[in-house]
Design a protein around this ligand. Structure first.
Ligand code: ZN
Length: 480
């Protein structure tokens, strides 16, 4: 099999991937800040990390991936205080929505999804370690990291910070906290009146965002990890600060491979609410797009290229997924003459090209091209009557290998949309679909899952179908 190579932001080069422990990969992924619904730009990065873990898993590597949920953040603290509720109450809705969105897109759950608010102790301990080594100083109750003590600061993002010095006139806010150096960042922030804080050994306050990730990644994965992923916008300052904290505390290299996903643009522009081109997944579901099409589109562009999201592109993704599903259905349904043809060898070749594409820094475009070439060739062979019964197995195997990573073949769209409360399509609902849903509801009632049963009733109602229980225990339905 082709050697796996990744572009490492740290070295700026594509390098062979060698795990620290043979057979295992330890990955840390910066998760969402749970103060709102995640948008498709966020999900571009999460789909990339899903493709990454699925591909490494397909190579037989055991994955230990940790993803954090940032539930301590200035916006969260301010919003929760304004609403008069706890941080946990405020973030619960967005945590649930994020997990539902992950499921809708078929993202594998990382082995651990951890919340910042559950790891205050680990963060305090990390600040204490840094304080012992004199990397910190205290100003007005906040604890800062002294970047001047970490000479390799900037090695990840290659950012030139020489202009940013306290009082050097740089456009960085320096007065507010009286930092010794404008580059210095808060490890621990002093409490503000009326806002939530923790009473700890290092004083009252709340952790800085960068501290959360260093503390949680090292707690679960050890002081040196194989891979750290995130969006490119996190490289500086977030990941730079994670390196500064972790390496100052441990004296060891923090991360071997830094993988960053490029930005997502919408119609060639930066996504923003004011431009009206800002989409959450749910916005797209409400427009009638299926989770599989969105997943396909987000996965189809190699992660280090900018992805220009357009409705045309999404329509193309719809047809691509349909073409793959139709092909798989044809393979299963048609009867082919006995024997084998060159198509079996063709399938093996496609698998090799597919895997070589992914091994080459997750070149998903090349991997997909290999699959679609195979689909085209096999369809042609079928049309000409040259496809043989013995070819179907190898070609189906090739599709299974493809789907182990891309995960769009099996049609679970309707079911996933239903969980989120969306109808499968706006095109009306067939009698057969209604009967299917009613059967589902009856089954749910029989296993006493009344929430699921109620949900089916709700879904049907949203699609204009009213259910009536009959006297003899049956169900009647009518259209509104
Ligand atoms: Zn992070």
């Amino acid at each position: 099999m082709t050697e796996i190579r990744f572009h490492n932001t740290l070295s700026g080069r594509v390098e062979p991937f060698v795990p620290l422990t043979p057979g295992e990969v330890r990955i840390y992924t910066c998760g969402p800040t749970v103060y709102d619904y995640a948008h498709i730009g966020n999900f571009r990065t999460f789909v990339f990390q899903d493709v990454l873990r699925r591909f490494l898993g397909s190579r037989g590597l055991r994955i230990h991936q940790v993803m954090n949920l940032t539930d301590v953040d200035d916006r969260i603290i301010v919003n929760a205080a304004a609403a008069g509720i706890s941080i946990r109450e405020y973030t619960e809705k967005y945590v649930r929505a994020f997990l539902e969105d992950m499921d809708a897109l078929g993202l594998e759950r990382p082995e651990q999804i951890v919340r910042a608010t559950d790891h205050i102790e680990q963060m305090v301990a990390l600040v204490e370690r840094l304080r012992e080594k004199t990397f910190t100083y205290l100003t007005d109750g906040s604890i800062y990291y002294r970047i001047a003590k970490f000479p390799t600061y900037g090695k990840l993002s290659k950012i030139d910070l020489t202009g940013i010095q306290a009082g050097a006139g740089a456009r960085v806010e320096v007065d507010r906290y009286e930092k010794a150096d404008a580059r210095d960042f808060a490890l621990w922030k002093a409490p503000k009146p009326g806002e939530h804080f923790w009473e700890t050994r290092i004083g009252p306050g709340r952790p800085g965002w960068h501290l959360e990730c260093s503390a949680m990644s090292m707690h679960y994965l050890g002081e040196t990890l194989d891979i750290h992923t995130g969006g490119i916008d996190l490289a500086f300052p977030h990941h730079e600060n994670e390196i500064a904290q972790s390496e100052a505390a441990s004296g060891k290299q923090f991360v071997h491979y830094w993988l960053h996903a490029e930005h997502l643009l919408v119609d060639g522009e930066k996504m923003s609410k004011s431009l009206g081109n800002f989409y959450t997944l749910r916005d797209l579901f409400a427009k009638g797009f299926k989770p599989s099409s969105i997943r396909y589109l987000l996965a189809s562009v190699p992660y280090r290229r900018q992805l220009n999201f357009t409705m045309d592109g999404l329509q193309q993704a719809v047809s691509s997924v349909e073409r793959l599903r139709n092909f798989a259905a044809r393979l299963r349904a048609e009867k082919f003459p006995a024997g084998a043809s060159p198509q079996a060898a063709r399938a093996a070749e496609a698998v090799a090209q597919f895997e070589a594409g992914l091994a080459d820094d997750l070149n998903t475009a090349q991997a997909l091209a290999a699959v679609f070439d195979l689909v085209r060739d096999a369809n042609t062979a079928m049309d000409r009557g040259e496809f043989r019964a013995g070819d179907a197995g190898p070609v189906l195997d090739a599709l299974a290998k493809f789907d182990r990573v891309f995960a769009v073949l099996e049609d679970r769209d309707a079911e996933r949309l239903r969980v989120l409360g969306y109808g499968a399509s706006d095109a009306g609902i067939s009698d057969a679909e209604i009967d299917g849903l009613i059967a589902e509801r009856q089954a749910a009632r029989q296993r006493r899952d009344f929430a699921a049963a109620d949900n089916v009733r709700k879904v049907l109602l949203e699609r204009g179908i009213i259910l009536e229980d009959t006297r003899d225990g049956g169900i009647r339905w009518k259209r509104k």
